[in-house]
Design a protein around this ligand. Structure first.
Ligand code: 13P
Length: 288
């Protein structure tokens, strides 16, 4: 199966009360680890690509070509969506052209009227091309790709305005933040989630900042309408820790230990373990 839009995945997850994981990719090893795990767990999966990661991998066309070829070469049969994460208006069009199957337009920092105008345009473009579209209301706090925003809770009325435009899924800030949560973090705002859900009805909701949210809170959010959970930092942490351990143990200096394929193997396995654990928590195992 080639790349698919996230629409059907989202509808099935919402109806089945589980969530599909979006795992961000940074290079070939991460992509391979995530695809392999999804296939082994028989789970649908969304590969997230930030604009920074796209640039790092030399451009969105490279990413789309690599992912499409890997799905083919690895004989991946579970549904896979290739999704732009926190896209700018220009970034959205670049990814559409490059062959992504799903787009996030992050207009959360724009005045609501401008967010609505640009999202409306992208709804038309994406629906014509059969792509899924995620929109955001209420900036997600924390830092991602150098963009820092304070934690926010979305205004349910604004969520309804954006949901009614016909997007596929909606990211609404509910006190979640990107990166590691500070020790004094107050947890997710379930009152906000409930109020948003009451306004947007069946719209699948997206929970960003999936690293470090206690399992019971993630699962409660899923039971209340979250159908997609994004994870990035946790893979970065486990990947770096495993690589550091390999080097600290001096294995990179023994035999062929310095071979990049060997050097990256513990980090590769760490990503697989993290993705598997998350898929189990999100309930997407066996749902492909
Ligand atoms: P974390 O980096 O906190 O896991 O969040 C990822 C994310 O929300 C990507 O959009």
């Amino acid at each position: 199966m080639g790349l698919v839009s996230a629409k059907e995945m989202m509808e099935k997850a919402r109806d089945g009360k589980y969530a599909v994981g979006q795992f961000n990719i940074n290079n070939l090893e991460w992509t391979k680890a995530i695809l392999q795990t999804a296939q082994e767990q028989s789970s649908p999966v969304i590969l997230g690509v930030s604009e920074g990661a796209g640039k790092y991998m030399t451009g969105f066309r490279t990413v789309a070509a690599m992912v499409a070829a890997m799905i083919d070469e690895m004989k991946i049969t579970v549904p896979v969506a290739l999704h732009l994460d926190h896209g700018t208006y220009d970034g959205c069009y670049k990814c559409i052209k490059a062959g992504f199957s799903s787009i996030m337009f992050d207009g959360s920092h724009l005045p609501i009227d401008e967010n609505i105008a640009k999202t409306t345009e992208l709804v038309h473009v994406c629906s014509k091309l059969g792509l899924s579209l995620e929109a955001e209301v209420g900036a997600i706090g924390g830092e991602e790709d150098g963009v820092i925003a304070r934690g926010e809770c979305a205004d349910p009325e604004e969520c309804k305005k954006i949901a009614d435009l016909g997007v596929t899924m909606l990211a609404a800030g509910i006190g979640n933040i990107h990166g590691v949560y500070p020790p004094d973090w107050e947890g997710l705002s379930f009152e906000t989630l409930e109020a948003v859900k009451a306004k947007v009805g069946d719209m699948p909701l997206v929970l960003h900042g999936g690293t470090g949210i206690p399992t019971d809170q993630v699962q409660k959010a899923i039971s209340m309408g979250v159908a997609k959970v994004n994870v990035n930092t946790e893979c970065q942490i486990t990947f770096s820790a495993a690589t550091r351990k390999y080097i600290e143990e001096g294995k990179d200096r023994v035999g062929k230990g310095f071979d990049p394929r060997k050097l990256l193997a513990p980090g590769f396995q760490a990503i697989k373990d993290t993705v598997k654990e998350k898929m189990e928590i999100f309930g997407s195992v066996g749902k492909a």
